[in-house]
Design a protein around this ligand. Structure first.
Ligand SMILES: CC(C)(COP(=O)(O)OP(=O)(O)OC[C@H]1O[C@@H](n2cnc3c(N)ncnc32)[C@H](O)[C@@H]1OP(=O)(O)O)[C@@H](O)C(=O)NCCC(=O)NCCS
Length: 261
């Protein structure tokens, strides 16, 4: 299947419509094209995990075994098996994965870059060639001390916006801001070791996702997009390049069973 066959849409919130089921795409992603993939982990039962684990390398296998909770182990295995299948198709051979000093996994053959995020029943993977990518998904669960968290960690401009929100909007505002910031920090490869108040993303509801303020050493040409993988989830994608086409699809790892995120 060619990359062009994937749907180029900003998927509608909550539906499968924007994330059609697809097979992994053969060949390295074309310049300027980002593949975003969704894996619905509730489609995977314990028997599936045993089979899928055989795709992991020894380090991943050991890590999977250290998760005490089935849900955590399932999300990890789904992400790593998912990225291995996508990279195998893209590269035409089994990928060798390593991770850098901040823990960001990468493909030893740097011809394809990727990033993974998991929350609840959803794993998201972004894949591109020639530039770094960052992705983040969060299930919209209540968060204790949320206002204290944004006041302590976020940029003053973001804090001012979030402080204006009423109680019903606060969680969505916080997650909108959080996922955009985390996607940027994951594209940079530093994750939450980056001072989250050192840059500002747009935060107001309805405002397009944008980087508003950047640290002096950061390139200004970024793409920032919201993603809508399922009802009840907030997600964002970021990359330090502009003029990207983002395609979204669902990767099925679970013998054709359909999970419900
Ligand atoms: C990356 C980070 C933000 C992830 O936070 P999270 O919200 O708990 O988790 P998410 O599900 O969104 O993302 C996890 C995935 O991000 C990827 N990842 C890990 N470290 C990363 C980094 N520094 N940059 C980008 N992506 C990273 C991994 O694929 C990981 O999943 P996997 O290990 O199952 O493959 C957080 O772990 C972090 O800040 N790490 C860096 C901090 C650091 O300094 N680490 C050094 C010790 S290794």
């Amino acid at each position: 299947m060619s990359s062009a066959a994937l749907q180029d849409v900003d998927p509608a919130p909550g539906g499968d419509a924007g994330w059609p089921r697809r097979e992994p795409v053969a060949g390295v992603p074309a310049p300027g094209l980002v593949q975003c993939w969704r894996i619905v982990v509730s489609s995977l039962d314990p028997a599936d995990l045993g089979g899928l684990s055989q795709d992991l390398d020894p380090l991943e296998h050991a890590r999977a075994g250290r998760f005490h909770r089935f849900e955590d182990r399932r999300r990890f295995i789904a992400g790593r098996v998912g990225i291995r299948r996508l990279l195998s198709a893209a590269l035409g051979s089994a990928p060798v994965l390593s991770s850098d000093g901040f823990g960001k996994p990468f493909c030893a053959d740097r011809s394809v870059e990727f990033n993974i995020s998991h929350s609840g029943d959803v794993v998201l993977v972004a894949l591109a060639a020639g530039f770094q990518v960052g992705i983040d998904v969060e299930r919209q669960d209540p968060i204790s001390d949320m206002a204290a968290t944004w006041r302590r960690n976020f940029h003053p401009g973001e804090v001012a916006e979030l402080d204006r929100l009423d109680k019903d909007e606060a969680l969505f505002g916080f997650l909108r801001c959080w996922t955009r910031k985390e996607a940027v920090s994951k594209a940079l490869g530093v994750g939450l070791s980056m001072a989250l108040d050192s840059f500002q993303v747009s935060t107001r509801a309805g405002e397009p996702p944008r980087l508003l303020t950047l640290p002096p050493d950061m390139d200004t040409r970024w793409s920032l997009r919201d993603l809508h993988p399922a009802a009840g989830y907030t997600a964002a994608f970021a990359a330090p390049v502009q003029d990207l086409t983002i395609t979204c699809a669902t990767l099925d790892l679970g013998n054709g069973r359909r999970g419900r995120p």
